[in-house]
Design a binder for this molecule. Structure first.
Ligand SMILES: [Zn+2]
Length: 432
């Protein structure tokens, strides 16, 4: 097979940005060489002067919902959207699909749904729910990347949440397996029912920062007690940052982009849990990324049908929570990062190598010898305005509709070939 060489004036590699020729053979990177070196017989892919060669992004928080709620989102649509956004690996969440991924049989059903229908590589989280502590070892053995739990009502009845004793019980098991536990951390005791109506402020007040802070404190405590590895998903409350200790955390593009003050009443496309908070909180999240307190960003792509967003009434109490964004994470984060003086090297750390390291994907997230030849070709200075109907995910709803973002993904390459066919691999922890 002829080598491919990607010749880029700007390439994010080795923790910096520099001109480089990236040589690829059989879907893997074999060397990163000087940009003007000899290429021999290789086929050359010229990266444009206004483009940057980035490692393909790794999004470890995607709800595909297929099978069972495929009308919300399915593998073909979610993974096409991912690819169009420069994401070459997703790790699928264990809930909102039916059955949820809480035992081996359900994992096989998930894999059957993804196999031959995915445009990017796909891994899976297992679910930790009441009564399934005995299933975790088998799921771990079968290659899930860790386990997701909720500390309060998940929103779907088939995926229960762990009480304090159950959390400890499950963490003892994951500690024994050296598996990662990731937690949706909000404390029901600090949450009040959302008042019916169109006011975003009412929804926000019903899910205060202290609900996150209390739940995160309890995860930190239980992780310390059991010696388990734990990670907080979709951190919104900056007040919780000093509590994290040895527990890692991710935040999401929407918490870094939007602010509660700007969410229009009735705009339920902005509803998610935990909620988008105020602008001052947002700036503290950016600072925590800069300081390394938050190690990574994942989309929490969680779509539903337009009907469930209740645009007819704009009622925040009745609308389903979740923001669809797997295609937009890179331009959204880059837009905010650039405005605050961060670089594409920072963004690649937060969205490619950081998530890959969290889940132990040893061949993803870097442009370096031995890694998969997964690339996003990104034009960082080009602007575009988001049109929900032009995105590839299943239903044309997103909080980003009408937002002008900077940075366009021009090409996405998966293991040495442009994305174009559903040839995504099903990844297993330890093998991938
Ligand atoms: Zn989620």
């Amino acid at each position: 097979m002829t080598d491919l060489v990607f010749r880029a004036r700007r390439c994010v590699t080795g923790g910096t940005e520099m001109p480089a020729c990236v040589r690829v053979r059989d879907g893997r990177i074999v060397s990163v060489d000087p940009v003007d070196g000899p290429v021999g017989e290789a086929r050359v892919v010229e990266i444009g002067a206004d483009e940057v060669l980035l490692p393909g992004l790794v999004d470890t928080h995607v709800h595909v919902n297929d099978p069972g709620r495929a009308e919300w989102e399915g593998f073909p649509t979610a993974t096409r959207a991912a690819a169009a956004g420069g994401v070459t690996t997703i790790v699928d969440m264990p809930l909102n699909s039916v059955p949820p991924t809480t035992d081996l049989r359900a994992l096989e059903i998930k894999r059957d749904a993804a196999r031959g229908r995915s445009y990017v590589d796909v891994g899976f989280w297992g679910g930790a729910v009441p009564g399934n502590a005995g299933e975790l070892a088998a799921l771990h053995e079968a290659g899930v990347f860790g386990f997701k739990c909720f500390l309060l009502d998940s929103g779907v009845e088939e995926f229960g949440h762990l009480g304090p004793d159950e959390l400890v019980e499950h963490l003892r098991v994951t500690a024994g397996l050296d598996a990662l536990m990731i937690a949706h951390a909000e404390d029901a005791a600090a949450i009040t029912p959302t008042p019916p109506g169109r006011a975003y402020a009412g929804f926000l007040a019903s899910r205060p920062a202290v609900a996150e802070d209390n739940a995160i404190a309890s995860v930190v405590k239980a992780a310390a007690l059991t010696g388990a590895r734990a990670h907080i998903v979709h951190l919104s409350s900056a007040d919780a940052l000093p509590l994290l200790g040895a527990v890692t955390a991710e935040t999401c593009p929407h918490y870094l982009t939007f602010a509660a003050e700007d969410v229009p009443d009735g705009a339920t496309e902005f509803k998610c849990c935990p909620p988008i908070r105020g602008a001052a909180n947002r700036e503290r999240l950016w600072q925590a990324l800069a300081d390394g307190l938050i190690s990574m960003i994942a989309s929490d792509h969680s779509p539903c049908t337009p009907e469930l967003k209740r645009f007819d009434t704009g009622d925040f109490a009745a609308a389903w929570g979740g923001i669809a964004s797997v295609q937009l994470g890179l331009p959204a984060v880059w837009t905010g990062a650039r405005a605050r003086g961060h670089t594409l090297v920072d963004v690649a750390g937060w969205m490619a190598s950081g998530p890959a390291e969290l889940v132990g994907l040893r061949h993803k997230g870097h442009i370096a010898p031995g890694f998969d030849a997964d690339f996003a070709v990104f034009a960082p200075d080009e602007e575009f305005t988001v049109d929900a109907a032009a995105l590839h995910h299943r239903n044309p709803v997103t909080a980003y509709h009408g937002t002008t973002l900077r940075g366009v993904v021009r090409q996405t390459w998966l293991r040495g070939a442009p994305v174009g066919e559903p040839r995504g691999a099903l990844l297993e922890r330890g093998i991938a």
